[in-house]
Write a protein that binds this ligand. Structure first.
Ligand code: FAD
Ligand code: 2HG
Ligand code: ZN
Length: 475
């Protein structure tokens, strides 16, 4: 259990009694109140299997009104609640720590409206990202974010974590593309900020409080989001590179040569790609290189775009920055390349216990922690590898050890966070703070800013029932 592994003490919340379960059965139909251990178990374990809670109750509301009624009751009875979307979060935020009630959004999955001209999509929080993307693609638009977990993650979970993903460099982050949200406060009050306007300067921009607050300030029930146009032409380049410094030069050159059509610039080291190809039996279209770059363009003229990308490849092979590479606009071939990149997160899980770090660093230091950690852990680690969103200055560093041990953990933490702080980076670039990092948040957040966060929490959730033990450090 997470509470034992990470030595956390239960806060004095109420405990669920039979009368509470009976009450919830009057609010929801009986089949939406889960109490059987086998039914509840998957909601207690996170995707990476690092964290495990002890909840005995899962509620599956279908409407905002039901969410509001549940929270009002929980607040009065001081029952703690863990909101859960697709449960793909990587920092233990989506699963309970003790016996918090899991409130799952999986049945709040309706599309409410879609304006094909403005691109404004309004939907419930539990819609799966990929389903939304398929829906808007049929209408010539795309979702403004894409990530490897798209088949399971919910838009409400994406907003609650302020998920970044593979094309943030082109389409920006959710603080830009979310037009409005409807959210429910801890006491059950519904906050309706569900505007689908591009411009609305009527006072404080409250929707931003719910974007990235990981279910600690309120539960997101509906979302209005801006969808950009479906690109008419997509091309992908996959390149082998000798050393990390060359990736940075390639990135600068890609920005100037490809300019407005650049939609992704991702990197992975050899360890990331070769083990993903091996563990998941995925083909690698080029051979073995120390580093790889995946570059994508979204434009309007296929011949023009792929020619531009091919010219880029030729020029950079001549300059020596690219050792070998391939460029394609064929959907199946592009998918093969993206599969290699998107599956790095999953591929290592079969090898042992994985410590995951998701940090922002100044670009010149982007890869510097990988060799540092390799040296520090030596033979204690089976593998240390780095990959990520170069265009966003965000690297993912995975450390695999044969088995979890507090010794391995203490060699890594807080060391890695201290190094990130020295380099003026962020200890969480896109995955959030969740359960795994509140005690380290001070490495990236000023004390006065943290105090203001605590005050906001106190204002919006005075009894602390929303996702306790997450995001905010103990004071
Ligand atoms: P969950 O995991 O269920 O929850 C995440 C957090 O949000 C929890 O704190 C939870 O309590 C809270 N929450 C969920 N729904 C609500 C709601 N409606 N209201 C209030 N709080 C809520 N992340 C990235 O940023 N970029 C990536 O490229 C990326 N790639 C990934 C690839 C893989 C294979 C996997 C497994 C994960 C990846 N992630 C990535 C992490 C994860 O997918 C994202 O954080 C995602 O946004 C979580 O959505 P979810 O619905 O699964 O939320
Ligand atoms: C990605 O970019 C995700 O693939 C997951 O953010 C990163 O595995 C990870 O840590
Ligand atoms: Zn990522």
């Amino acid at each position: 259990f997470s509470s034992e592994k990470y030595k956390v003490k239960r806060k004095p919340f109420g405990t669920i009694e039979a009368s509470d379960v009976d009450y919830f059965k009057t609010v929801l139909s009986e089949d939406r109140v889960l109490t059987d251990d086998n039914d509840v178990l998957p909601f207690n374990i996170d995707w990476i299997k690092n964290c495990r809670g002890q909840s005995k109750l899962v509620l599956k509301p279908k409407t905002t009104q039901e969410v509001s009624t549940i929270l009002k009751y929980c607040n009065q009875k001081r029952l703690a609640v863990c909101p859960q979307g697709g449960n793909t979060g990587l920092v233990g935020g989506s699963v309970p720590v003790f016996d918090e009630i899991v409130l799952s959004f999986m049945l709040m999955n309706k599309i409410i409206s879609f304006d094909e001209i403005s691109g404004a999509l309004i939907c419930e929080a539990g819609c799966i990202l990929e389903n939304l993307d398929n829906y808007v693609r049929e209408r010539n638009l795309i979702m403004p974010l894409d990530l490897g977990a798209k088949g399971s993650c919910h838009i409400g979970g994406n907003i609650s974590t302020n998920a970044g993903g593979l094309r943030l460099l082109r389409y920006g982050n959710l603080h830009g593309s979310v037009l409005g949200v409807e959210a429910v406060k801890a006491d059950g009050t519904v906050i309706d900020c569900l505007k689908s306007l591009k411009k609305d300067n009527t006072g404080y921009h409250l929707k931003h409080l719910f974007i990235g607050s990981e279910g600690t300030l309120g539960l997101v029930t509906k979302v209005a989001i801006h969808c950009p146009a479906l690109p008419k032409a997509v091309s992908v380049g996959f390149f082998g590179v000798e050393k990390f410094e060359d990736i940075l030069r390639l990135y600068a050159n890609a920005k100037s040569s490809l300019g407005e059509i650049l939609s992704a610039f991702e990197m992975a080291d050899n360890d990331s790609i070769s083990s993903t190809a091996k563990n998941l039996k995925l083909p690698n279209p080029i051979s073995d290189y120390p580093f790889y770059v995946l570059l994508e363009t979204h434009g309007s003229d296929e011949a023009h775009d792929s020619e531009k990308l091919t010219r880029f490849l030729e020029k950079e092979m001549e300059s020596g920055l690219i050792l070998d590479g391939t460029v394609t606009s064929d959907p199946a071939k592009m998918q093969t390349i993206w599969n290699l990149r998107e599956n790095i997160a999953a591929a290592g899980l079969v090898e042992g216990y994985m410590f995951k770090y998701d940090v922002s660093l100044p670009l010149r230091n982007y890869y510097s922690l990988v060799p540092l950690l390799r040296q520090r852990l030596g033979a204690k680690a089976s593998r240390v590898y780095g990959y990520g969103h170069v265009g966003d200055g965000n690297i993912h560093i995975n450390v695999i050890v044969p088995k979890y041990s507090p010794e391995a953990s203490s060699m890594l933490e807080p060391y890695i966070f201290e190094e990130v702080a020295k380099l003026k980076g962020s200890i969480s670039a896109e995955h959030g703070v969740g359960f795994r990092k509140p005690q380290f948040i001070h490495y990236s957040k000023d004390a006065n800013a943290l105090q203001l966060m605590q005050q906001l929490k106190q204002l919006m959730d005075p009894n602390g029932i929303l996702n306790p033990y997450k995001v905010l450090p103990e004071i």
